[in-house]
Ligand binder design. Structure first.
Ligand SMILES: Nc1ncnc2c1ncn2[C@@H]1O[C@H](COP(=O)(O)OP(=O)(O)OP(=O)(O)O)[C@@H](O)[C@H]1O
Ligand SMILES: [Mg+2]
Length: 369
């Protein structure tokens, strides 16, 4: 059983009238690769800075290895950070950049030399000792930044969009390298990105942040297949999302009313009359040329987009909302302008409690008084 290494308890951060982080609770386990994912401005960097001890929470507590982070001097903290900008010293060689933390700690010279060389081998930068940062590519600079952060052997490494400045190919390669390093050294990574694909490929768990609130913390497949909120459903992958309410319940089968008509889905923890969202992935969206029992949606085919081996069909509902339907190329498709009857297999879709509004109001009331 893994041990908790970072414990965040009821943390809020308020700048003036800007409530940036809202009632954050999160336990990160030893050796875990946890990604904080969310749109720009949602509070990811602020959260990371609080974990690092650079910034104090307005309320709540953060512990690393069981101790409050603010009670430790910066050099005693077993936490290191890699910033998006690399922040290398331009006038120091690569060797001196990587050795910096050990020199500050007055580690003996021989030991420094040994550990710097170990690090350079680990991040595949052997032979670059005497170069300066300006003589390196973006990916190489990034590896220096990572080596410099790892040389103190932190228990927790915080990485704030570390691959943000790299081109796609290098980014993919560095994703794999970072993941390999993390597992090899068994260091806990808390990784920040707004790139969902990066989060899905690298993480043990993803924490999805929505305007300062943690909407869901779970393994990538769980996040994709069982989104806990409307935001998570729309943020991860493509989906068709409907606002609606439960009209009636028959066992696990739910009859649902949405703005454009009636639909069906499956779920066990819902009440008649409850406001919900239904999320239907484009690949799960079906259509018929005649009405299907339990469904009363009618849409008009508006457009086709060919994306490699799949075709995306865009159909419009009476209220103007667009549906995305995905098919393998080569299958028969309705004509542009034709009327279709969209439906789906009850078990192929996710029903979500529509609690967003209520939840955000409750948090604001508690913290702002
Ligand atoms: N020192 C500060 N003083 C006042 N407001 C701040 C401060 N730092 C951040 N903010 C505000 O807090 C909010 C969250 O900022 P943060 O940097 O945490 O976002 P982020 O999720 O990292 O975004 P991005 O993906 O763009 O980096 C923003 O609205 C930002 O303007
Ligand atoms: Mg940021």
């Amino acid at each position: 059983m893994a041990r908790p290494i970072v414990e965040i308890n009821g943390v809020n951060k308020i700048y003036g009238s800007n409530h940036v982080v809202k009632d954050l609770n999160l336990v990160v386990e030893e050796g875990e690769f946890l990604t904080l994912l969310g749109s720009s401005g949602c509070g990811k960097t602020t959260t990371l800075r609080m974990i690092a001890g650079f910034e104090e929470p307005t309320s709540g507590s953060i512990k690393v290895e069981g101790e409050a982070i603010e009670e430790k001097e910066p050099f005693e903290r077993n936490v290191n950070t890699v910033f998006q900008s690399y922040a290398l010293f331009p006038h120091k060689t690569i060797y001196d950049n990587i050795a910096y933390g050990l020199k500050m700690k007055k580690v003996p010279k021989d030991e420094i030399k040994k550990r710097v060389h170990e690090m350079m081998e680990l991040v595949q930068l052997e032979g670059f000792e005497k170069r300066y940062p300006s003589q390196l590519s973006g990916g190489q600079k990034q590896r220096v930044a990572i080596a410099r952060a790892l040389i103190n052997r932190p228990r927790v490494l915080l990485l704030d969009e570390p691959l943000g400045a790299l081109d796609l190919k290098l980014r993919k390669q560095m994703q794999l390298e970072l993941k390999r390093l993390q597992k090899k050294l068994n260091i806990t990574f808390i990784y920040v990105t707004h790139d969902q694909e990066e989060a899905l490929t690298m993480s043990d768990r993803i924490a999805i942040m929505n305007a300062g609130v943690l909407d869901q913390v779970a393994a990538p497949t769980e996040i994709y297949e069982h989104p806990a909120t409307k935001f998570v459903a729309t943020f991860i992958g493509e989906t068709n999302i409907f606002d609606g309410s439960i009209r009636s319940i028959n066992g696990e089968s739910l009859s649902i009313q949405i703005e454009n008509g009636d639909v069906k889905a499956t779920g066990s923890e819902f009440a008649a009359g409850e406001f919900i969202n239904v999320s239907v992935r484009p690949e799960k969206m079906k259509y018929a040329l005649d009405p299907v029992e339990g469904f009363t949606l009618i849409a008009t085919v508006k457009d086709y987009v060919y994306v490699g081996s799949v075709v995306k069909c865009i159909a419009v509902l009476p209220n103007g909302n667009e549906l995305k339907i995905e098919r393998l190329a080569g299958q028969p498709l309705p004509q542009l302008g034709e009327q279709i009857f969209p439906y789906w297999n009850e078990k192929d879709v996710v029903v979500i409690h529509n609690r967003d509004q209520i939840f955000y109001q409750a948090v604001d009331n508690v913290v702002l008084g």
